[in-house]
Write a protein that binds this ligand. Structure first.
Ligand SMILES: [Zn+2]
Length: 337
């Protein structure tokens, strides 16, 4: 077969193969097989030295045009395969890929719900630093230097005498310094404690601290506010119990328990056979705290409370391990929108 005939046949076969190529890899193999150093075109042209000068010129020209055509076809096909403009392979009738919709995390949802409930009760929102001085986290809140309550907080200390706040009560002091009563504020935010991580506790969690200072504020006002909040949040009849407790910055202090949802108070593994689950701490603000911010403790009284977001989320949504909230397993997170 003459060289010219061979070149013509190579051209026809190349166009068919390029058309049928279904991936970039196949196309690249084709290109090497046709135009590479050991490719089909080169091997045909090896017969060139048998020819006369005139024939060489003719065949050479044909070979160059063929090479150009093949390169062009490959380029066009490559663009089509990658979804580019020459795309005869795109099927416009196929349904599109749906966009993944994000949503808020359960911790944020519960936090937003708390904020919404307390806003309707007339509380303002305030924010404060997560890296704090000893004074705002402990000192001004009536934690004496050698008080064991400091150890209970398992504090993370930072260079320069600073610490990661162990509660959002630091906002209490910062706001008291800026305002004169009446003050009615909630401080939602992240807090840090150097606790061992297990099903019940985590080293980072969220808290809403609330405080009200005015003339004639009583423990009855505190009970009323917390009951209203709990009834709203749990959306069902819940039994609450106030149990005497101790916090350095409140006197008297109480912890609030809610009757166990699982066993209705009879006792089960969730409530450790107590029938009650602890949900928050609260009390009347200690006069020492007022003294540290220059409020007249003879004139004003006030209450404060602190609710853990994660704990309340676990209770309401019957989740048995706090770590699930932080493992970012989409299968878990997607259940709460
Ligand atoms: Zn129970």
């Amino acid at each position: 077969m003459s060289i010219i005939k061979q070149l013509e046949q190579l051209g026809i076969k190349a166009q068919t193969d390029i058309k049928q190529a279904d991936s970039g890899d196949v196309l690249e193999k084709l290109r090497v097989g046709l135009l590479g150093k050991k490719g089909a075109l080169t091997s045909i042209l090896r017969g060139l030295k048998e020819l006369s000068v005139e024939e060489k010129r003719e065949v050479g020209g044909l070979a160059n045009r063929l090479k150009g055509t093949i390169e062009e076809s490959i380029a066009t096909k490559r663009e089509a395969l990658s979804g580019g403009s020459g795309g005869s392979t795109i099927d416009y009738t196929l349904p599109g890929k749906p966009h993944a919709h994000g949503h808020r995390h359960l911790v944020t949802l519960v936090m937003d719900e708390f904020i919404s409930i307390f806003q309707r009760m007339g509380f303002e929102i305030a924010d404060g630093p997560e890296i704090e001085t000893d004074h705002y986290n402990f000192g001004a809140l009536n934690f004496p230097d050698d008080h064991p309550a400091r150890d209970e907080h398992d504090t993370f200390y930072v260079d320069g005498g600073l610490l990661l706040r162990t509660h959002t009560s630091n906002v209490q002091i910062r706001e008291f310094e800026k305002r004169t009563p009446p003050v009615k504020i909630i401080a939602p935010g992240r807090v840090f404690r150097n606790e061992s991580v297990n099903a019940r506790s985590f080293c980072v969690f969220h808290q809403v601290e609330g405080f009200l200072v005015d003339e004639n504020v009583t423990f009855g006002d505190l009970k009323g506010a917390l009951e209203a909040f709990c009834y709203e949040y749990f959306e069902e009849g819940v039994n609450l119990r106030f149990r005497p407790s101790f916090f350095p910055f409140t006197e008297p202090s109480a912890e609030v328990d809610v009757q166990c949802f699982l066993c209705s108070g009879k006792g089960c593994t969730l409530c450790k056979y107590e029938g009650w689950l602890e949900i928050l701490g609260c009390g009347m603000i200690d006069p020492e705290v007022f003294r540290s911010v220059g409020y007249d403790s003879e004139k004003y009284t006030g209450y404060a409370f602190g609710v853990g977001i994660e704990r309340m989320a676990l209770l309401k949504y019957r989740i048995n391990d706090i770590r699930l909230l932080y493992e970012n397993d989409a299968r878990f997170i997607r259940q709460f929108r």
